[in-house]
Design a protein around this ligand. Structure first.
Ligand SMILES: Cc1cc2nc3c(=O)[nH]c(=O)nc-3n(C[C@H](O)[C@H](O)[C@H](O)COP(=O)(O)OP(=O)(O)OC[C@H]3O[C@@H](n4cnc5c(N)ncnc54)[C@H](O)[C@@H]3O)c2cc1C
Length: 519
C-alpha cells in the first residue's frame, strides 16, 4: 500500500469513478471493501489518517451488545452476533474470543443476568463463542483475583469478541487496495460538485503536496461519522442535523490491576451506567462514559467528571485503587449517534445504523458500530449501485478473508496481528542492524515495525505510527513520548524528510500525547 502510487491513479483516471467514499473509518473502509469486492471502481478519501476518528477509540469489543438485550432490541443483537461470528472467521489474526464475568453483589443479579445471557447464547446459536455459566463466589474470584470481594455472591460468565480497532482499520485499507480500490489518507474533501441538483463528485485537497483535485463519481458516499452533517451541508446548507455526538472515555492501567485473561462487565453501576474492565494487549482498559457533546472534534479530550467517574468506579470494583499516576493513557472517542430527536437523551437514541439518501443522490451511512461495519457496507453498496446505475452484483464480503488472513495466527507469536504478512515482516526486521530491537522496555514494538508501517501500511506521520500502526500512545503515553525522536528519525529515513520535519513531528506528537497523560 503505497500512497504515491495510489495518488497517481487520480490523474490516470479519466472517466468517473463508480463509487467515491468520503471518510476512512470503519464505515468508509468497509464500504470501500464491499464496493471493490463487487468489481466497482472505487476511491476512498480520508481527511487525516485511517481510523483517526472514532474508529481507533472504541472499547475494542466485537460484540452482540449485551446491554441492548436489556432494551429488548433482539434484531440488533442478532445481527451483531452474526457479524461477530463472521469477523472472527474472516480476520482471525485480529479478533479473538474473550471471557467476561458479570459480578453479582445482589441476590437477584445471578438469576437475572444468568437468564439474559442464556438468551444471548441462544441468539448466537452456532456462531456462539462459548456457553454462559453461573459461577460461585470462589469461582468468580479464581477468574478475577483482584475483584472487590466484599459483598460478592457469585458471577455470571459469558463470551464475546475482542479486537484491535486501529489495526483492523489498517488491515481493511490494505484489503480494499488488494481488491483494486484506491484509498488515500490526508485528503480532506472540501466541496461537492454537482450537475444541476445531482451530486457528481468532490473537490479534494492533498494535504502533503498542497494540490487540489476535482474527482467525478457516479455516486458519492458520506461515511464521515461525527462529521456527517458537515458533508450533508456541503450539499444542502439547510440540511437538518442528523448526528448527536456522544463522548466515551477509557483509562488504560497496568495489567496488575486485573491480571489474567478475564474481563469484568458491570451492566449497571449505582448511577445506571455500563462499565467494563478488560484485559487488552497486556494492559487493562476501563470504560466507558456517555456524555453528550456539542461539537465534532478529531482529537476529543476526556472531561474531569468522566475521569472522576472512571477512577471512582475502578476503585469500587478492583481491590487496588488506581491513582492518576497509575493511568498509562486516557483517551476519548465520540459516538456518531443518529438522533431522531436532536433534543433527546443520547442514551436512548439509536445505536443502529442509518442509511440516508438525499435528493441530490448523496448517500450517507452512519451510526451502527464497529462490529456491524460489514453489514452496513453491504446495505450501502446495494443502494449506491442503484443510484449509480451500476451492474447489479451481490456482495461477497460475508465470507471474504481480510488482508493477512491466517489459519493459525497463534503460531505467529508476537507478530500474530500481521497474520500472513508476519514472515515478510520477520525478514525486514533482519534487514538492518537494530531493526529487531525493541523501541522501549515498556512497549512490545520493534524498530523495524516503524519501517514496515511506512512501507506497507501508509503511515505518513509520527502520530500515525505511535497511535494507530502501533498502539504505543494507548499502551503507555509517557513511554511513547520518550521514543518519539527515534521513531521520527526512522520515518524520516523512509520518507526522505529532513531534520526540521523530524523536529516538527516530535513537537506536535509531544503536544498531542500530553493530553493522554493525567499526572
Ligand atoms: C467510546 C466508544 C466505544 C465504542 N466501543 C465499541 C465497541 O466496543 N464495539 C463496537 O462495535 N463499536 C464500538 N463503538 C462504535 C464504533 O467505534 C463506531 O461506530 C465506529 O468507529 C464509527 O466509524 P465511522 O467510520 O462511522 O466513523 P469514524 O471512525 O469517525 O470515521 C469517519 C472518518 O471521516 C473522516 N472525515 C470527516 N470529514 C471528512 C472530509 N471532509 N474529508 C475526508 N474525510 C473526512 C474523519 O477524519 C474520520 O476518520 C464505540 C464508540 C465509542 C465512541
Amino acid at each position: 500500500m503505497n500512497r504515491d502510487d495510489l495518488l497517481q491513479r487520480l490523474d490516470e483516471h479519466s472517466t468517473p469513478w463508480d463509487v467515491l467514499i468520503i471518510g476512512g473509518g470503519a464505515t468508509g473502509l468497509g464500504v470501500a471493501i464491499d464496493s471493490a469486492a463487487r468489481g466497482y471502481r472505487t476511491v476512498l478519501l480520508e481527511q487525516h489518517d485511517f481510523a483517526k476518528g472514532t474508529s481507533s477509540r472504541s472499547t475494542k469489543l466485537v460484540h452482540g451488545g449485551v446491554r441492548y438485550l436489556k432494551q429488548g432490541n433482539l434484531s440488533l443483537v442478532l445481527e451483531a452476533l452474526r457479524e461477530r461470528g463472521r469477523l472472527l472467521e474472516n480476520a482471525p489474526h485480529l479478533v479473538h474470543d474473550l471471557r467476561f464475568v458479570v459480578p453479582n453483589y445482589d441476590w437477584w443479579e445471578g438469576p437475572f443476568y444468568g437468564v439474559g445471557l442464556k438468551v444471548y447464547d441462544l441468539l448466537a446459536g452456532r456462531a456462539g463463542f462459548g456457553p454462559s455459566e453461573h459461577l460461585s463466589r470462589e469461582e468468580t474470584l479464581a477468574y478475577l483475583p483482584t475483584l472487590e470481594p466484599e459483598g460478592l455472591r457469585g458471577g455470571t460468565l459469558y463470551y464475546d469478541g475482542q479486537f484491535d480497532d486501529a489495526r483492523l482499520a489498517i488491515t481493511m485499507a490494505q484489503t480494499a487496495v488488494d481488491l483494486g480500490a484506491t484509498v488515500l489518507n490526508y485528503m480532506p474533501v472540501t466541496a461537492l460538485t454537482k450537475t444541476g441538483d445531482i451530486v457528481n463528485g468532490v473537490v479534494v485537497h492533498d494535504v502533503e503536496a498542497g494540490r487540489e483535485y476535482t474527482l467525478d463519481a457516479r455516486v458519492v458516499i458520506n461515511a464521515t461519522g461525527i462529521f456527517t452533517d458537515n458533508i450533508r451541508r456541503m450539499d444542502d446548507p439547510e440540511a437538518s442535523r442528523m448526528i448527536q455526538p456522544s463522548q466515551g472515555v477509557h483509562l488504560v492501567l497496568d495489567q496488575a490491576f486485573l491480571p489474567g485473561d478475564t474481563a469484568i462487565m458491570v451492566p449497571r453501576t449505582d448511577d445506571g451506567r455500563v462499565l467494563f474492565a478488560i484485559p487488552w494487549l497486556d494492559r487493562v482498559l476501563i470504560g466507558t462514559t456517555d456524555t453528550p457533546v456539542e461539537h465534532a472534534s478529531l482529537e476529543p479530550r476526556p472531561l474531569p467528571e468522566e475521569l472522576d467517574f472512571l477512577m471512582t468506579h475502578a476503585a469500587r470494583y478492583l481491590t487496588k485503587d488506581p491513582t492518576p499516576s497509575d493511568v498509562l493513557s486516557a483517551f476519548a472517542g465520540v459516538r456518531p449517534l443518529v438522533s431522531a430527536d436532536p433534543e433527546g437523551d443520547t442514551a436512548s437514541i439509536s445505536r443502529d445504523h442509518t442509511l440516508h439518501i438525499d435528493r441530490s443522490g448523496l448517500v450517507t451511512i452512519t451510526g451502527g458500530k464497529w462490529t456491524t461495519y460489514r453489514k452496513m457496507a453491504e446495505d450501502t453498496i446495494d443502494q449506491a449501485a442503484i443510484i449509480a446505475q451500476l451492474d447489479e452484483r451481490p456482495s461477497p464480503t460475508a465470507t471474504l478473508h481480510l488482508h493477512g488472513w491466517h489459519n493459525d495466527p497463534d503460531a505467529l507469536g508476537d507478530l500474530a496481528a500481521y497474520g500472513a504478512d508476519a514472515p515478510a515482516l520477520t525478514t525486514l526486521l533482519g534487514e538492518e542492524p537494530g531493526w529487531n530491537e525493541h523501541l522501549h522496555p515498556k512497549l512490545p514494538y520493534r524498530k523495524g515495525e516503524v519501517v514496515w508501517a511506512v512501507r506497507r501500511e501508509m503511515a505518513r506521520t509520527l502520530e500515525d505510527v505511535l497511535a494507530r500502526r502501533t498502539r504505543a500512545l494507548l499502551l503507555d503515553a509517557r513511554a511513547s513520548i520518550e521514543i518519539a525522536p527515534i521513531v521520527a528519525a526512522l520515518i524520516a529515513g523512509q520518507l526522505g524528510r529532513d531534520a526540521a520535519w523530524e523536529q516538527d513531528q516530535v513537537a506536535a506528537y509531544r503536544a498531542l500525547a500530553a493530553g493522554y497523560v493525567l499526572a
